[in-house]
Design a protein around this ligand. Structure first.
Ligand code: SF4
Length: 598
């Protein structure tokens, strides 16, 4: 149903003009930037102007965790809640801030000044604990910083007046190899294409044996070839910079320091597959990078590295738009990302068909990771044979690892594929390591007897996260944090995942509270079988992994939580009646189910 226009919503017209392609998610983000939330009048106006049902706009807005349909505070504070933030004390800092500003977590203050809540990993694990204030990142939180931020909020100082040092973000590049050590000159890889032609460049990409760096490891050359061969329709290039996997932050460093290399890789790909339009899908948590990325794009347009007839080659037309995400982990899955680009809820699609033939607007689309596009630029410059000689037989080139957790030197490390876990632990100054979680919650938990194993597609594949846990950490609590993350990030599309991830989180809470029995272990295994066989996408398939892996490798941490041989129900009637006791002002023995004379 299309609603009547509200004249007060005319402020939206400039926003609509800014987005001629009517990108709904970008429009909603811009609306929220104006007013702190998406007002019902704005929805009515957008419904009329975009000729979209109101329900569709509400459906999209309600999908993204960082979009609000109800007023929040003028200052919207979100504490990053990854396991490494927890290890660094984020919860105590959040409690302190709530006390200073007189509000409860998850709520806005009564005067509407501030709201405080948690959000999933913000990609700052090497410098946490971290928070977002109105979308901007502040790291290395301490009690002293929290006091300063609280005072700025109480004083209603606009964010533009906050000390710049509060927003400083470090690169923490600890080890450089062929990619992070390169002095890439904008246009140098494109010049190679002009000399040799796109066929030759595609052959070099294939010869390099480059595989996608997002984790799945599909051959980049084959993907580009398949897309190129997919008909005469419009083609698209998409760079996936929605690195939401907890513990991953390499795209942040690449986009801050090597944006030309990434955009040039996208442009090479466009030339090979015949695309004229590309997108960088930037996770909302990295929106502080937006101005610098826009200026790199503008500079490239000025140098004829983007736009029409690139570098004077007639018909070589390509340009790149940046799309912001808004707090949805699932949009890192390529088909969900495409849905989001199309202005929809980020629900993963059925596959096949794959994006390479039916992607953005159902047209052939290459979706690659930030690191993959950067590597492609390097290969165009230096040759496929050069690249293929680095790394191992199955995994050519280098891999950027994001090291966080219990170590002296957290940050970004680039290694040739084949590096052992032990080597990385030694380089980052880890001591008494109990476990390493590779590739985030959906990845692998590696115990000390496996530290000889290597980072490679045929041994330990990874999208980049390398979280270190020393012997003081309780691996049960690590797994509990991860399953809560999955329950929070399940997109809700399919019932087994929507319900199953919550059941799993509840079971872990039950075990954590000492009400577990062997029955619960069996239930977790049954749930895993159900989720693996019936879930629509990888999130559901892997949701039980953290529990199963830690159960197998650190059984003692589970055994000590089993105090009952018989089944104990999760529902505690006595606890459920606590509110009634509070209301009646009774808390004597007779008001409890377990009476003293039983
Ligand atoms: Fe969404 Fe989970 Fe189903 Fe994936 S498995 S589509 S995340 S509900």
């Amino acid at each position: 149903m299309v609603c009547q226009v509200n004249m007060h919503a005319s402020y939206l017209d400039p926003i609509l003009m800014r987005y001629p392609h009517r990108d709904l998610l970008q429009i909603l983000i811009a609306v929220q930037d104006c007013h702190g939330y998406i007002h019902t009048d704005a929805i009515d106006h957008l419904s009329l102007q975009l000729q979209l049902p109101r329900a569709k706009i509400v459906g999209v807005a309600s999908f993204y965790a960082h979009l609000y349909l109800q007023p929040k505070g003028e200052y919207r504070v979100l504490f990053s809640d990854n396991i490494t933030d927890r290890m660094q004390g984020n919860m105590a800092l959040m409690t302190s801030m709530c006390q200073q500003l007189w509000l409860e977590p998850g709520k806005a203050s009564e005067d509407g000044l501030v709201s405080i809540d948690t959000t999933s990993c913000t990609g700052m694990c090497d410098q946490g604990p971290a928070m977002l204030v109105n979308g901007l990142a502040i790291n290395r939180l301490t009690e002293e910083r929290i006091n300063r931020i609280s005072a700025l909020i109480r004083g209603r100082v606009p964010l533009s007046g906050w000390p710049a040092a509060l927003f400083a973000i470090d690169d923490n590049i600890r080890r450089r190899d062929i990619l992070l050590d390169s002095c890439f000159e904008a246009g140098s890889a494109l010049a190679v294409i002009l000399q040799g032609g796109s066929d030759k460049t595609l052959q070099e990409i294939k010869a390099s044996r480059l595989r996608g760096r997002g984790g799945a490891g599909f051959s980049t050359g084959d993907k580009w070839q398949l897309c190129r061969d997919a008909g005469e329709t419009d083609h698209y290039v998409v760079c996936n910079a929605d690195e939401g996997e907890p513990g991953t932050f390499k795209d942040r460093i690449l986009l801050e320091n090597f944006a030309d290399m990434v955009f040039e890789g996208m442009t090479l790909c466009a030339n090979i597959i015949g695309a004229e339009r590309g997108f960088l899908y930037l996770r909302g948590e990295y929106r502080y990078l937006l101005p610098s990325l826009q200026s790199v794009l503008a500079r490239r347009r000025g140098k004829k590295l983007l736009g029409n007839n690139i570098l004077g080659l007639a018909g070589f037309n390509f340009d790149i738009d940046i799309h912001l995400g808004a707090g949805a982990y699932i949009c890192g899955e390529e088909s969900a990302l495409i849905e989001s680009l199309e202005g929809k809820r980020g629900t993963p699609r059925n596959r096949p068909p794959y994006p390479v033939t039916h992607g953005y607007l159902n047209q052939p689309t290459v979706v690659n990771n930030v690191e993959t596009f950067a590597a492609a630029s390097l290969i165009a410059l230096k040759s496929g044979a050069w690249y293929a000689n680095i790394g191992t037989n199955t995994s050519s080139g280098t891999k950027i690892l994001c090291v966080s957790g219990d170590c002296e030197y957290p940050g970004v490390y680039e290694y040739p594929f084949g590096v052992s876990i032990a080597q990385v632990l030694s380089d980052c100054g880890a001591q008494d390591t109990q476990a390493v979680q590779i590739s985030g919650p959906s990845g692998m938990c590696i115990a000390p007897d496996e530290f000889h194993r290597r980072i490679a597609f045929d041994d330990i594949p990874t999208a980049g996260a390398f979280m270190v846990f020393d012997k003081t950490r309780d691996m049960f609590e690590v797994a509990r944090n991860f399953v809560h993350f999955f329950a929070h990030e399940s997109c809700g599309f399919c019932t087994p995942c929507r319900i199953g991830t919550t059941l799993l989180a509840n079971m872990m809470d039950k075990l954590g509270e000492g009400h577990g029995s062997p029955y619960d272990f069996n239930e977790i295994k049954n749930l895993n079988a159900l989720l693996k066989s019936t879930s629509h996408c990888g999130l559901g398939h892997t949701a039980c992994n953290p529990v199963l892996e830690t159960m197998a490798k650190f059984p003692e941490t589970y055994d000590k939580r089993i105090s009952n041989k018989e089944f104990v129900p999760d529902f505690d009637l006595d606890r459920a009646l606590s509110q009634a006791r509070q209301m009646t002002g009774r808390d004597d023995t007779d008001a409890h189910l377990a009476r003293s004379d039983d």
